[in-house]
Design a protein. Structure first.
Lengths: 693, 613
């Protein structure tokens, strides 16, 4: 086992660093402002600082795991490569026609996301395959030289190739790819059939285009990072955090950069699982609330829920359907327009609304005193005693309580004819309810009973709101991990190497060609083993998970169900059907009987061993008596009153301590607020484990 | 608890909770349904109603055609079964078009919700079924009896006991009985979910009834709408909208009278009902009227029936918008969707910033196909691609987008996998967006070949073949719809025909109307459209008056748009904007005299009607 490993997470505002010393079981944390002009500036400076702070040299570091918002930002800011699409004749408008649905049916002014490839750069090639892969019309590459000349004129540097039914037979795409290699060798090419061989041309083509669009930039960036690490003689490989929660090599990330689009949030979810394991909790809802959004992730049996649908670059961040759809393995999360900066207002019906509009970091909440005049959630938090105006970000920023109360009075309390406290309580209560409502629906859609879950809270505003949120949801246990400010980067260091594969084969279960299916899995497994072995994973350490997207024939909605391990033949029909029916019933309580079932996309997930990590924080602590900093009045919703609560310094709490709510725990990046009647234990990992009354 | 006792903060929280309960029930229904219209077109709705039938909460992404209708349905249900006759375990059912949402495929399930032995609410949900027997999904029936099975208000479950005779009657009368009955069960299950969650909600909140919340919601929704109406100048606003109709065009006459904070909308003068299945019923007309007014006047606040209370909607009985029994109604959207055009065009002068031009996707243009698939089973596929939406005051119209409905065309790869069809072309249609300062959204051009050994039954529900979607404030009309078989043969736009192996059906979906004068369009946008092939060189030169395009030039701008596979006929059809320019008139205004323009449209624009069955 390597002793020193480093995780680096580039976020929108900060680049976070975690250095783990596996021998001493300690972690060192670092933070720098993200350098948007050149991300590597902050990355390498922060790396050097952290290594120096830990008293080691770069040569002692035996592995670096990286996650970045580079892909997401490139798409949002439209700064990717000039990209062309080559597609089947008659299909060039697939990405512009999209689903044809309006994501907001009452907004006549609705705007759609602009395709990354403009229409005149979507080029058609004659040649057509049928749904079963048979050739209906031969491929005609005669136009290729002309198209390449045109692409050169247009300054194209990346090409996506996506042709109809290529998921079942890639031969046309492969032929186009070869022709491009010959005629247009300087361009980077993405074949949809190699990247995401899945049925549904809109999603597959969009995914291939995003991949092509970000590839030149990601490739340059990662190779440069590799070079700079090598220059420092770092003694181990660079890995990337993949959106699905596993690690991949630089080669893999360069070939399929779309896979790292959600690396940061994936790290957060993996970190939540890690914290949960430390606290002995395996079924939980991770709750990460920051300045603009709250993210929830459902964790069952210590693993996050996964999906293969993601939307990039939404026109309206919280409106489903307003972005570019991607078919890529991601950890399933919901994002809610609820954060510290969420703005409160009174709507045309005279009702109080909070979010999803946010004040952002500038001008920010009124209490920041940076020119923000409208009240936000943070303003309510200050007015209700949840945040200490003198100890925000560990005291590095002073908050103006009077300004917060003034904003609440002017915009909410005045118009509604209520007191500032009532208005502030209303703002908190509504943002909490919004999060609770979205969480309930999210858990219900997964067919789960929310009451059996614990909540794990992190992010700047997460621990501030978690207690009340858990109370509204009827949860009994809340965990606030220690040093969760750099959760994503820590998550990177506890994720396993992973390869995910998929093949489409649409057929009714009763009429499956089992030999074909077995071959699909043999091919996927062989290729996954080769990839993982190349990264140093031993064959016996590799775990396989097979799943399939199935549905009742005629249904438009698929359910991902497990597929039995081992050889696949007709004797497995019942196993596969039963597994599907079980998942279906879990989701929908009952399943129709006697209907045929069909499979669409067959998936394989191969993972290496998960790095075990034990951390020991005991050295930092002293006894709880000295941890108490004082008392302050905090408003509690259940009691509908301000109540005196002791305030503790989170860094001075010792393991094994037991306290009673109400209580406030302050740390640099957040504040944990716990209500009356609750019991708080400080466990051996310095987590606050809170039992709600 | 009295109305005043519910403060705005508590009400926001309680209402939000009720909506989330209904959303959860809607999610369960949508995900377990078999009907494509439910799954992909959101053609369903879930509503929570008080014991007196007033609505408390509607699901967030419900479809416009059901907006506010559930309380009308519930009123009739309560006449048949008064509140004191409901027992726990009862489930009500009906698909009667005059009671329900206007055609037989829509079934409504009503579940009473009891809390501590007291009836506290009803859960109602409506969903479109894949089949309901009779002549299938077609526009050409002559009376309701031909259109399928009509189920009066009845109990599907009586105190928990399934009405097995009714189930057998349904099973014996519909084509795809497993899927239809499966969907019916999904609706029952969704009602059950709603019921469980409402009981949980009442326990948790420690309350015993929902009427108080219901009244508070309705009062506030109504007040917000009244405020919005009050901002409109008092006056009378009219429009006349003409659609292809069946054998003869249909005219919809609309008169909106705004006075203070009230709005009366009268459809007097609208064409009478006909003996073909494009008649709308009152409930459906009401729904699209309310939906369009809500979009225009108060789109931001959460939807609730209370918003519609300030509207007085008068629909003459016996008109094609309020047909009497036993009129055929299956393709009611062919007329009912036009209500939305009528409202928009009437208010074009009153709300110039907010209205949009007429949409090519209004009405939703459908081709239904059925036959035998590659695995030997039955298939039934409705094609849902859309025309273009009308241009806005500040932006081009959305191409290939449903309005006023919200259905989507789906994946070609999926459709080819489940039905013996090959889609040789599916693309945006050049020059189909009405020219204007802001261009109408483009319609689509689709070429489908039948590739199965056995012939297919095709049924069309099309409009905009004779009369294109209109522009506003100087914008030109969008391109018309068009249907052809094997390149030349015309196809009935509302009828049925067979497709044999090798037959190719070409379908053009109408584009949206333009907004403002084309000559005022930003030159850079005109050049961009030309480069992208959204408009032809001829349109750039003749309609947009773009300089620098030689009169004889025919191929510029086609470099990027010309496809080797497009037929010469298709290209020729694309080059027709000049002809359309002569028929362009803004078709809205306060004066009904504007209807004269429509007559001109009719004279110059109507192609032959040969081939109509």
């Amino acid at each position: 086992m390597s002793r020193f490993r480093v995780g680096v997470d580039i976020g929108g505002t900060f680049t976070d660093f975690v250095l783990v010393d596996e021998k001493e079981k300690r972690i060192h944390l670092g933070k720098r402002l993200t350098t948007h002009d050149n991300y590597l500036d902050a990355v390498m400076q922060g790396f050097d600082e952290l290594v120096a702070a830990a008293g080691i040299t770069a040569m002692d570091v035996e592995g670096v795991v990286h996650g970045t918002t580079l892909v997401t930002n490139t798409v949002i800011e439209r700064k990717g490569a000039r990209t062309a699409l080559i597609t089947t004749e008659g299909a060039r408008d697939v990405i512009e026609i999209g689903t044809e649905l309006r994501y907001d049916i009452y907004d006549l002014g609705m705007v759609r996301v602009t395709p990354l490839v403009p229409r005149h750069l979507r080029l058609e090639i004659r040649g057509r395959l049928g749904y079963d892969g048979r050739e209906l019309r031969a491929l005609d590459l005669e136009r290729m030289p002309k198209l390449v000349a045109m692409m050169r004129r247009e300054g194209i540097t990346a090409v996506a190739v996506s042709m109809l039914h290529s998921y079942v037979n890639p031969k046309h795409e492969i032929a186009v790819g070869r022709a491009l290699k010959r005629l247009f060798p300087e361009a980077e090419v993405t074949l949809s059939s190699a990247l995401v061989p899945e049925i549904r041309e809109f999603e597959r083509t969009s995914t291939a285009i995003v991949n092509a669009y970000v590839q030149p930039m990601v490739s340059k960036y990662l190779r440069e990072m590799e070079r700079q690490l090598a220059e420092r003689r770092v003694n181990g490989p660079l890995y990337l955090m993949l959106s699905g929660g596993g690690l991949g090599s630089v080669d893999e990330a360069v070939a399929a950069p779309v896979q790292i689009i959600e690396s940061g949030p994936a790290g957060g979810a993996i970190a939540a699982c890690f914290y949960g394991r430390n606290a002995g909790v395996h079924d939980m809802i991770s709750f990460d609330m920051g300045g603009t959004t709250a993210k929830m992730c459902l964790i069952n049996g210590g693993s996050p829920t996964r999906t293969h649908n993601f939307e990039a670059a939404r026109v309206h961040r919280f409106k489903k359907g307003s972005g570019i759809p991607l078919r890529v393995p991601v950890i399933d999360m919901i994002e809610i327009g609820a954060g510290g900066g969420s703005l409160a207002r009174v709507d045309a019906m005279g009702l109080l609304k909070v979010g999803p509009e946010s004040s952002g970091s500038a001008p920010g909440p009124a209490c920041y005193g940076l020119g923000g005049e409208r009240p936000t959630v943070t303003d309510a938090d200050v007015a209700l005693g949840y945040l200490d105006p003198g100890f925000f970000l560990g005291g590095s920023m002073r908050l103006d309580r009077a300004a917060a109360e003034r904003a609440i009075k002017t915009h909410i309390a005045g118009p509604l004819g209520i007191s500032v406290t009532e208005a502030a309580a209303g703002i908190q209560e509504i943002v909490n309810e919004n999060m609770a409502t979205a969480t309930r629906l999210y858990v219900a859609e997964a067919g789960r009973d929310i009451r059996r879950y614990a909540m794990l809270a992190f992010g700047g505003a997460g621990p501030v709101h978690a207690y009340r949120l858990a109370q509204i949801l009827g949860l009994k246990k809340l965990i606030c991990p220690y040093a969760a400010g750099t959760a994503s980067a820590l998550g990177f260091l506890v994720a396993p190497l992973t390869v995910e594969q998929v093949r489409s084969y649409v057929a009714p279960l009763e009429k499956l060609d089992w030999k074909r299916l077995q071959k699909l899995y043999t091919d996927m497994e062989t290729s996954a083993i080769a990839s993982l072995q190349a990264l140093g994973v031993a064959r016996h350490e590799i775990d396989f998970t097979r799943t399939v997207d199935m549905r009742f024939s005629g249904q438009g909605y698929e359910v991902e169900a497990p597929v039995v391990a081992g050889h696949l033949d007709a004797t497995r029909t019942n196993d596969i059907r039963d597994a599907f029916l079980e998942v279906y019933k879990q989701l929908f309580e009952r399943a129709p009987e006697g209907l045929p079932i069909e499979g669409l996309s067959w998936r394989l997930r191969a993972t290496g061993r998960r790095p075990e990590l034990t951390l020991d924080f005991r050295g930092d602590s002293v006894d709880p008596g000295k941890a108490k900093k004082g008392m302050r009045k905090v408003y509690f919703h259940h009691e509908r009153a301000f109540i005196d609560a002791p305030v503790y310094d989170r860094y001075k709490l010792a393991p094994g301590g037991v306290l009673q709510g109400p209580a406030v725990f302050e740390e640099r990046e957040s504040t944990v607020v716990v209500g009356p009647g609750s019991r708080i234990e400080i466990d051996s990992s310095l987590n606050l484990v809170i039992s709600l009354p | 608890m009295t109305d005043v006792a519910i403060d705005p903060i508590s009400l926001e929280i309680l209402w939000g909770r009720l909506v989330s309960i209904v959303d959860e029930s809607a999610g369960a229904l949508q995900r377990t349904s078999f009907s494509t219209t439910v799954r992909e077109s959101n053609d369903f709705a879930c509503v929570l109603l008080g014991p007196d039938g007033t609505t408390l909460a509607e699901n967030t992404v419900g479809v416009p055609s059901f907006a506010g209708v559930m309380s009308l349905v519930m009123r009739r249900v309560l006449e048949r079964y008064p509140p004191n006759t409901w027992k726990p375990g009862d489930v009500g059912l009906t698909n009667d078009p005059w009671i329900n949402t206007g055609h037989l495929p829509d079934t409504t399930i009503i579940t009473p919700i009891f809390h501590r032995d007291k009836l506290v609410a009803f859960s109602g949900n409506t969903a479109h079924k894949a089949d309901i027997g009779g002549g299938g999904y077609a526009a050409d029936a002559t009376e309701i009896y031909v259109e399928g099975l009509r189920i009066p208000i009845c109990k599907l479950y009586d105190a928990g006991r399934l009405n097995e005779l009714l189930v057998e009657i349904i099973r014996n009368n519909v084509r795809v009985s497993e899927s239809v009955l499966g969907d019916l069960h999904a609706q029952v299950a969704a009602g059950h979910v709603c019921s469980l969650r409402v009981k949980g909600f009442l326990d948790e909140q420690g309350i015993t009834e929902l009427n108080t919340i219901g009244r508070a919601i309705q009062t506030r929704a109504e007040a917000a709408m009244r405020q919005a109406i009050a901002r409109l100048p008092d006056g009378v606003y009219t429009s006349v909208v003409r659609s292809d109709g069946f054998d003869a065009p249909t005219d919809i006459h609309t008169k909106i009278t705004v006075k203070g904070d009230g709005l009366t909308l009268d459809f007097a003068g609208t064409s009478p009902q006909i003996r073909r299945g494009i008649n709308s019923v009152y409930n459906y007309t009401y729904a699209f009227t309310c939906y369009t007014l809500k979009c225009l006047l108060d789109p931001q606040t959460r939807k609730n029936e209370g918003s519609y209370k300030p509207f007085r909607i008068i629909v003459p009985e016996g008109s094609i918008l309020n047909a009497r029994f036993p009129a055929p109604v299956t393709a009611r959207s062919m007329t009912g969707h036009f209500v939305s055009s009528a409202v928009l065009l009437a208010l074009a002068d009153a709300l110039p910033e907010r209205v949009i031009a007429d949409s090519g996707s209004c009405p939703g243009l459908r081709v239904a196909l059925r036959g035998i698939n590659a695995h030997g089973g039955n298939f039934a596929q409705v094609l849902f691609p859309n025309g273009g939406m009308g241009a806005r005051s500040h932006a081009d119209g959305l191409s290939a987008t449903g309005f006023p409905t919200n259905a989507g065309g789906g994946s070609v790869e999926i459709m080819e996998s489940v039905s013996p069809l090959v889609f040789w072309e599916r693309e945006l249609k050049q020059d189909s967006g009405g020219a204007g300062k802001f261009r109408g959204g483009l319609g689509q051009h689709i070429v489908i070949e039948a590739v199965g050994d056995s012939a297919l039954d095709a049924s069309t529900m099309f409009d905009r073949v004779d009369f294109p979607p209109m522009g506003v404030h100087g914008g030109l009309p969008g391109g018309r719809s068009r249907l052809r078989l094997n390149g030349t043969g015309p196809v009935p736009s509302k009828g049925q025909f067979r497709m044999h192996k090798g037959d190719r059906l070409t379908v053009d979906y109408a584009g949206g109307g333009g907004y403002g004068k084309p000559a005022q369009r930003d030159r850079e946008l005109v050049r961009e459209d030309l480069r992208a092939g959204r408009i032809s060189a001829a349109a750039a030169r003749d309609l947009y008056k773009l300089k620098g395009i030689p009169a004889a030039e025919k191929s510029t701008g086609k470099r990027a748009t010309k496809k080797p596979g497009a037929s010469a006929a298709a290209r020729k059809a694309n080059a027709a904007p000049k002809a359309r320019a002569t028929v362009a008139r803004p078709a809205s205004g306060r004066r009904a005299a504007d209807a004269g323009n429509l007559k001109r449209t009719a004279r110059t624009g109507a192609p032959g009607k040969a081939g109509r069955s």
